[in-house]
Design a binder for this molecule. Structure first.
Ligand code: PHE
Ligand code: NA
Length: 502
């Protein structure tokens, strides 16, 4: 016999873990900048359209696959169709790549949490980040280890591997039950403080003032769809894996709406907090909000926020709230993506959750430390993130929706599986959105993304570097798909009874 499959203790454990996965760096440092640059208040229209026409429908598709076929992404796709297994492993490969650099950002956040007290960044946080903290050289290959990054990175790995090794219920679920409420409290504290600062209202005005002409720009619509995909963690295999641990009678559809709206609410809150703080910075330095740079990504978190923290009375507390939120949001997302790889390997190789956590975590830790505790971390991270999201994640979503809809015509069955349980009932519109609208929008995004990557060198980095680490990581995910599919299953994923899938 074999151990019974792991399960969430109940619906709440799943909802919190799913929200924990969705709410991540994308909400805090990506959404505010994307919204601001794509129409401000007017962006909320394409954003809501993308959420309702593609985000939540594909989230529910992920749930229906994971829950119906009760397995990690490769197991679930294999049970859907014998030849669909590689798609699951491709999602695992994409997850492996993201794990490598996501951990590093969490490690930086943890360092900056400490720096909030010492204000280690001095008068010029930009210079501090690049030359002192990261000791960044130029895009290339380096073996020079940066100790102040190495230490927090090792710590993040120890914590994550320990949680993962405890299993779904005792590890991942319990961690989320502590981290998510804590994150909510800290982030609310941050937003309340931010909106009461001088200049906050100018920041909010800049953020919300609608530029209606943006609505006729296709680029704005693409930005909305890509934000929704990344932000809801769909087509990474995450939601397939997490929903496979739900009880058979679980409510899937209402849960999907709850998770989708919770994630978007957090994004909106982050937009308010970030722009109120940027308004304060503009006020202090006497410039207009529209002239403030560094409104997204690494520079927002590690250059603009340090500046804001230095200018503010009670700055250290604000710093703890900000970098603490970033660390917690990142950790809960990291756990979810590690679980994708762990579950897949457990099932294919017939090993326990603990064995999988130690082996996967061990290999990933060594790789991420080797690649990212060195002086080229910043350029590597930037390149891997760009290519794996624009090609890997979007490509996987196109193939997944096409395979389920046009190729295998299984959307009707998946909808019946969702509708057979308590919760909202989905009409035929769901199949149209998932089977036709989503693949069309996604395929357009994929082509646009690839064309822009081939056109001009991203960020002006050397072509050899972009080819090696950008296309290289996409190739790595494909390699994982081919090699892992070819391995033998310890226990065949095909021996299930039809009753088990109902
Ligand atoms: N949904 C996450 C976010 O918004 C994205 C993500 C999830 C990335 C899990 C990696 C792992 O930040
Ligand atoms: Na998100």
């Amino acid at each position: 016999g074999h151990a019974p499959r792991e399960q969430w203790s109940g619906q709440l454990g799943f909802v919190l873990a799913a929200i924990g996965s969705a709410v991540g760096l994308g909400n805090i440092w990506r959404f505010p900048g994307v919204a601001y640059e794509n129409g401000g208040g007017a962006f909320l229209i394409p954003y809501l359209v993308a959420l309702l026409t593609a985000g939540i429908p594909i989230l529910l598709l992920d749930y229906s696959i994971g829950h119906r076929f009760r397995g990690s992404a490769p197991t679930a796709f294999r049970r859907l169709h014998r030849r669909a297994e590689p798609l699951g492993w491709f999602q695992v490969g994409v997850s492996c790549v993201i794990i490598l650099y996501y951990t590093v950002i969490i490690a930086w956040s943890a360092s900056y949490l400490v720096f909030s007290f010492t204000r280690a960044w001095g008068d010029d946080p930009g210079a501090f980040l690049e030359t002192e903290y990261l000791q960044a050289t130029k895009p290339g290959i380096s073996l020079d280890v940066v100790p102040q990054v190495l230490v927090p990175l090792v710590l993040v790995w120890v914590v994550t591997i320990a949680i993962l090794a405890l299993g779904v219920q005792k590890g991942v679920e319990r961690a989320n039950k502590v981290f998510i409420p804590l994150l909510l409290v800290m982030f609310l504290g941050l937003v309340i403080r931010a909106v009461t600062l001088d200049g906050a209202m100018d920041g909010l005005n800049a953020f919300f003032t609608p530029d209606w002409s943006a609505l006729s720009d296709p680029g704005v619509w693409i930005a909305a769809y890509s934000q929704i995909f990344f932000s809801l963690s769909i087509a990474f295999g995450i939601m397939i894996t997490y929903s496979s641990y739900l009880k058979r009678r679980a409510n899937l559809t209402s849960t999907g709406f709850v998770v989708g709206f919770a994630n978007s609410s957090f994004e909106l809150l982050a937009g308010i907090g970030v722009f109120a703080a940027l308004g304060f910075m503009a006020f202090q330095t006497g410039v207009d909000v529209s002239e403030v740079e560094n409104i997204a990504g690494v520079t927002l978190a590690f250059v603009a926020f340090p500046q804001i923290i230095s200018m503010m009375p009670g700055g250290p507390v604000f710093g703890v709230l900000f970098f603490g939120s970033l660390t917690l949001a990142g950790l809960t997302s990291l756990l979810s993506i590690l679980q994708v790889v762990s579950a897949a390997v457990q099932e294919k190789l017939g090993i326990t959750p603990r064995q999988a956590a130690l082996r996967i975590g061990g290999v990933a830790a060594v790789l991420s430390i080797a690649l990212f505790s060195t002086t080229t971390a910043l350029f590597l991270l930037d390149t891997m993130d760009k290519y794996i999201n624009e090609v890997g994640v979007v490509g996987s979503a196109v193939v997944m929706t096409l395979v389920l809809g046009l190729v295998l015509r299984r959307l009707g069955e998946q909808r019946a599986h969702l509708n057979d349980r308590p919760g909202l009932r989905l009409g035929a519109w769901w199949s149209v959105l998932v089977g036709v609208v989503a693949p069309a929008v996604l395929a357009f995004m994929l082509v646009q993304g690839i064309r822009s990557l081939l056109g001009e060198p991203y960020e002006g980095y050397p072509w050899w570097f972009l080819n090696a680490f950008g296309w290289g990581v996409v190739g790595l995910a494909l390699l994982v798909a081919v090699v892992m599919t070819a391995l033998r299953w310890r226990r065949s994923p095909d021996d299930f009874t039809p009753a088990e899938l109902s």
